[in-house]
Unconditional design. Sequence first.
Length: 140
Amino acid sequence: MLATSPIIAFIPTKDAARARAFYEGILGLRFLSDDGFAIVMDANGTMVRIARAGDFTPAPFTILGWQVQDIDPAVATLTAKGVRFSRYGFLEQSDTGVWTAPGGAKSPGSSIPTATPSPSPSTSRTSRNYHSERCPSASK
């Protein structure tokens, strides 16, 4: 039943206006509506509800991800837009902050992308918790 139904992603935020600016202006998601409970965005056919959550502690792990052709240009583009990628002392990361897991998956260090090789050798899968001064989900 659910395997053939579209998925909806939910992201909490403390600041809906900043969240919309980040997800629409920085990440490029398309704004659909604001129903008072959540900012509703479209991510290439997937509904993303950025829910007004009041006070909460941001998750220390990935909650949303994307599949990209090449993770390095994606990281460079986001860095140029002000997204800061975290560095972790316990991981060996590239100069851009990308970590390669033992199985080949790649993930830029952050608190929102993880890249896993897909069936096509030229494609990498990215799921990331992008953290930025501008990321309202991580605001305090």
